[in-house]
Design a protein around this ligand. Sequence first.
Ligand code: ADP
Ligand code: ASP
Ligand code: MG
Length: 416
Amino acid sequence: MRLIVQKYGGTSVGTPERIRNAARRLVEAQREGSRVVAVISAMAGVTDELIKLAHEMSEHPTERELDILLATGEHAASALVAMAVNALGGRAISLTGAQAGILTDRNHTKARIANISPKQIHELLSDDYIVIVAGFQGQTPEGETTTLGRGGSDLTAIALAGALNADVCQIFTDVDGVFTCDPRSVLAAKKLDEIAYDEMLEMAGAGSKVVQSRAVEFAKKFGIEFEVRSSLNQNVGTIAKTETANMEDIVVRGLSLERKQAKLTIAGVRDEPGCAGRIFSNISAAHIIVDMIVQNASIGGTTDISFTIHEDELENARKILMPVVSEVGAKRLNTASGVAKLSVVGIGMRSHSGVAARLFDCLGKAGINIHLISTSEIKIAVIIDEKDLEHAAQMAHEEFGLGRLTIAGGKMPPIG
Ligand code: ADP
Ligand code: ASP
Ligand code: MG
């Protein structure tokens, strides 16, 4: 008998009606002849609300207590799904992460899964139960509750699918699959039939996150194929899998857009060991996340270093860098807000040359100026003025054969 793992995200269990909908799908999957394990996230907004409450109690809540608190969101939702299945005449039982045998390290709030002992799940499945597992959590060898980082129910589902040797792993969410661009900010983005793990990771890193990156890394490491699909219709979703030769025919799989970026340039930095280290250790000590870093070739013993951060951090970064600028012998610090990042991603770039030239050329023809460029093996990212972002995305989407786009200007089109 085939074994199926289905994960339902927060919006897919966000209301009593959505919980009943998930329960109906689980019962249906069992009726169609599968053994069924469900992984459930907290109802939409609950985790955020619990975090907010914790910070009302304390500026720095202890991580142990935070984990105990946050795990309750998934406890509640999984118990409610089990009740809904039972009310439909099905047979379900809910388990906490610990009861499901998910063992983690001791790293509270972002624990890693060390091992899964799914003995109890197997026993319940052979007794014909639909087994409902609370996502996002596990326990340490000492029995302490841990959570797996934001979006961690994806990891629970993929890791369980691996441990149970499941035939199918489905990640149910509020969109039809993985799209060429975030479907909430880009109308007419196209749903992809398949995507390579590496492409999903690059798209997530560039601002297009559908499935937790750690979950995708886990799937890649153990070769666990999964499908991202909607809990609100019967449409086939997107299969995430190990790359195959024919995936290379598509040069660009998708685009990611990141708004609200700021660019900083330290001009005339002495070209000697330790200068970059001095700049970025100051920035990282202030917990400012740096994205792109570009250093120019040295001319006359000095070089320029540019990098990007989130716009909200600009003032803070400027304050931190002012004294550092003179320490590294630099001439000045230039900053610009109102910029954005456009990334194009695809493993086909490895075997097709001239992709960067095509992107730059199409942006040039549209009169869009590029401030910074960075590349990886399967990604080209450019920093441009935020006002040009939508136009740039449209041009690139068409240039690489992904079709015409209509941008919703960051507003959410109604989904579901
Ligand atoms: P869940 O609550 O089901 O875990 P998430 O909110 O974590 O759902 O992830 C689904 C969201 O991911 C979608 O609503 C969508 O806005 C966003 N997203 C970002 N980039 C993409 C993309 N390229 N394709 C599909 N969805 C994307
Ligand atoms: N509820 C957790 C979060 O909001 C885990 C998840 O939804 O996957 O991050
Ligand atoms: Mg999620």
